[in-house]
Design a protein around this ligand. Structure first.
Ligand code: SF4
Length: 364
């Protein structure tokens, strides 16, 4: 359209992004001042360029989030999920309870399990090695995409083993890839919202080591806490730089912080336009990451549908029973296959089930 064209050429950064040229930190930050609808169009253009011949397809996995324990000694201010061991609603799922949930996943044709939980003071490396072995034996068709970086460092502390050895043993037991769980990779922010958690450098070290061992991952960003716009781009920049070295990030998922029921409940939630701007900028800034995921879990399905026109090509997965975001009482913590398919169709796209490595298994 003529107007779009002229708006674009009048904004040299958007024009650069349209052409697929690499953006600097300042340029990425300046995109927050661009017309947001035009920003969406440019991000949508880059998404189409990324997927020639299948540019209307939106993928998802049939997967299950399995939050096996909410007991955690870290106590991040942004977390509504964790409990102390003697809290009345503290839990640790038994092996049998985990298997019941995986039976349900298998019955639905699921292909992936995301085991993530608190840092339980009693659970060490042997617990996870045995659990992964057991899952692999009982459910050979399930891909174990599990454990946050914090959980992995917890296992280093418990076992006294170095990071690479812990990752090697987890891989041998059946761990195939790691979900991002990065929050925001800027230590100024981390010191305010999660001073006891791993540092930005530790997160990046863990991902670099995992990628080097053939354990790929996703990367995430939680925004709307106490960060500046430039710090959001700084976060993306750290991920883009590591991707240049390892090529181990399969997808990037950003979501807005849900303050309810957390120590940061005084913060105002980020609005929908800011979310759409940020996913569009992530498509343009992260030019070396193929998949950008739209996050219905925190944003709700309707906004997630709109994000499919702002650079996203993936809807994550069914999740089935997400507990961590659910603890804030917001968003759409899980969905089912038919809702996901209808939501993607409703956005004018073609739904397609994928595996954990983003290969398309079937179209609907
Ligand atoms: S975010 Fe993770 S590490 Fe932090 S308190 Fe919650 S469960 Fe624990």
């Amino acid at each position: 359209m003529k107007t779009d064209y002229w708006d674009r050429v009048l904004d040299p950064v958007l024009e650069k992004a349209w052409q697929g040229e690499r953006l600097s930190l300042d340029e990425g930050t300046s995109l927050y001042q661009a017309d947001w609808m035009l920003l969406g169009k440019v991000a949508d253009h880059r998404r189409r360029k990324m997927f020639p011949g299948r540019d209307e397809v939106v993928t998802f996995a049939i997967n299950r989030n399995l939050n096996y324990t909410n007991i955690c000694y870290v106590g991040c201010d942004f977390c509504a999920y964790f409990r102390k061991p003697d809290d009345p609603d503290a839990y640790l799922l038994s092996r049998e309870e985990i298997f019941v949930k995986l039976d349900e996943l298998e019955a639905l044709g699921g292909t992936e399990v995301l085991l993530q939980g608190g840092l339980h003071y009693k659970l060490g490396l042997d617990y996870y090695l045995e659990l992964f072995h057991a899952i692999r034996e009982r459910y050979p068709g399930l891909y174990i995409h599990s454990l946050s970086v914090s959980e992995i460092y917890h296992l280093c502390r418990k076992s006294g083993l170095p990071l690479d050895e812990v990752l090697r043993q987890l891989k041998l037991a059946g761990l195939r890839s790691i979900p991002g769980a990065a929050e925001l990779l800027v230590d100024r922010v981390r010191e305010i919202v999660s001073p006891n958690k791993v540092t930005a450098e530790q997160w990046l070290d863990c991902m670099e080591t995992a990628h080097g061992l053939g354990i790929e991952s996703t990367a995430t960003m939680t925004f709307g806490m106490v960060e500046t716009l430039a710090e959001r781009i700084e976060h993306m920049d750290k991920i883009r730089s590591l991707q240049e070295k390892t090529h181990g990030f399969r997808a990037f998922i950003s979501w807005t912080f849900s303050p309810w029921n957390t120590q940061l409940s005084h913060l105002k939630p980020v609005g929908g336009v800011d979310y759409l701007r940020t996913v569009a900028i992530s498509r343009l800034y992260l030019d070396n990451i193929t998949h950008i995921t739209s996050g219905y879990v925190t944003e709700g399905m309707k906004l997630a549908q709109v994000a499919l026109s702002f650079g996203c090509d993936d809807m994550g997965g069914t999740l089935m029973q997400e507990e961590v975001v659910a603890a804030t009482g917001t968003g759409t913590p899980s969905t089912n296959l038919s809702t996901l398919i209808e939501s993607i169709r409703g956005a004018g796209k073609i739904p397609a089930q994928r595996d954990s490595e983003y290969n398309i298994l079937r179209r609907f």
